[in-house]
Design a binder for this molecule. Structure first.
Ligand SMILES: [Zn+2]
Length: 435
């Protein structure tokens, strides 16, 4: 019942009202709403989605008894389910379809209604207003409009926010750079790798005072954040966490000091499953407000952890830690668990390393080889980079260093020209070629 009331309120309220209320919701209201919405979503999905009807029947799950995610025990919706049966998830007539990137011919397909996209835009606009963005700001949306989702979602956010803006799409960064002074844009949104290219242009040709740079859809290297902020004369760098499957933003950085992403607990229940001792495990989410294609306990393949320690910014929402890597990118090699964030920490403060890198594990005979592929800027000496990489491993990951010192595996370095490692939109950071 509470969920219906909150839903009605959200449909009438503007993003300003949602932003005003963002830090005033007591946790018990959030939790009560989430549980109520979860119950309704499960019953609704069972009634209208062929996929959930079939799976719950197969597993003898009585939806009337399901109150919270843990009641579903080890039931999860897997990425392969969406790849193979996307249309079986549809509960009501969609207006739009989005696809995940990839060239395998087996893309994930996600359907949504216009009403749902407007609602997502409203919540995004609310989180931006809460985080210090004003209606008088001017935003350029440089996210891709091509097949997948962030361009359209950012467009919806712009419509709801009341800001002035431009739907540039993922064009040559020079096109956006040259328009910043013309239209007095002070917020730029795009993918981190694209934002890095834009910032390189500003570093070379002169910068403008930006208020915010907002990235999403891939990880932002730590080193890039401080450099970007400096180049753009103190711009604040914010990241959002979302996926094609989630359609809406699952979690966002409200302020620089937040240390993690606040989970949108009105629209999602996020769980961490198979967590290790450090609390890190796989991110699983349930959509609470989608009615075209609801997803129940969807395994999003990212590794993170949740903290419920109250944030200084005042938001009552739990926080998701910075994504450590992909569940399918975790490599057990060289005497330990290796994940992308670890290498990001090793490379982050080394001058001369450009944004992209990739680690490939190979076998040379029976010897394990860790091949470190790095894009380096022109004129940088390989030996200098090598020394710094080893020094950082020694001080930051002593266990890994120990294995290197006793030569459990060999380390090869391969240097590349900036911009040549990536051939697809997403660059796989860790690759295991030992088998
Ligand atoms: Zn916060």
């Amino acid at each position: 019942m509470l969920a219906n009331f909150i839903d009605l309120f959200v449909s009438k309220a503007g993003p300003g009202a949602l932003a005003f209320l963002a830090d005033k919701m007591p946790r018990y209201v959030l939790e009560w709403n989430a549980e109520d919405a979860f119950r309704q979503t499960v019953r609704y999905a069972y009634k209208y989605s062929k996929f959930y009807k079939r799976r719950f029947d197969e597993l003898n799950i009585d939806v009337r008894k399901i109150r919270r995610p843990s009641d579903l025990k080890d039931f999860y919706t897997m990425p392969l389910d969406i790849i193979e049966h996307a249309e079986d998830f549809i509960c009501s007539a969609p207006n739009m379809v989005f696809e995940s990137s990839g060239t395998t011919g087996r893309n994930k397909r996600v359907y949504a209604s216009m009403e749902e996209l407007d609602r997502i835009g409203k919540f995004n606009a609310a989180s931006m207003l809460y985080g210090g963005i004003a209606k008088t700001d001017r935003l350029v949306n440089a996210f891709d409009f091509n097949i997948w989702i962030p361009g359209m979602i950012t467009q919806k956010t712009l419509e709801q926010s009341g800001m002035f803006g431009m739907a540039a799409g993922k064009v040559d960064p020079m096109e956006v750079y040259s328009r910043i002074p013309i239209y007095k844009f002070n917020i730029v949104m795009g993918e981190p790798t694209w934002l890095i290219k834009l910032t390189e242009l500003a570093e070379k040709h002169g910068s403008y005072p930006l208020k915010f740079i907002i990235g999403g859809a891939e990880r932002m290297p730590d080193a890039a954040r401080s450099w970007m902020s400096k180049v753009w004369q103190g711009a604040q760098i914010r990241m959002v966490y979302a996926s094609v499957e989630s359609t809406g933003t699952i979690a966002y950085e409200a302020f620089n000091e937040c240390e993690g992403y606040h989970i949108d607990e009105t629209n999602f229940i996020v769980e961490i499953v198979d967590a290790g001792e450090d609390g890190y495990g796989e991110v699983v989410f349930t959509t609470l407000s989608r009615r075209t294609m609801p997803l129940i306990r969807y395994k999003n393949r990212d590794i993170s952890k949740i903290t419920d320690v109250k944030c200084n910014c005042g938001l009552p929402y739990k926080r998701l830690a910075k994504i450590r890597g992909r569940a399918d990118e975790l490599v057990v090699a060289s005497g330990g668990n290796l994940y992308p964030l670890m290498f990001e920490n090793i490379f982050k403060d080394i001058d001369g390393i450009a944004s992209d890198w990739q680690i490939i594990f190979r076998l040379r005979g029976i010897r394990e080889v860790m091949e470190i592929n790095l894009e380096v800027r022109e004129g940088v000496l390989g030996d200098v980079i090598k020394k710094k990489v080893f020094a950082n491993i020694k001080s930051r990951y002593p266990d890994l260093w120990k294995n290197m010192e006793i030569a459990i595996f060999e380390t090869d370095f391969v240097f590349h020209v900036p911009g040549t490692l990536r051939s697809d939109r997403k660059l796989l950071r860790l690759i295991d070629k030992r088998s």
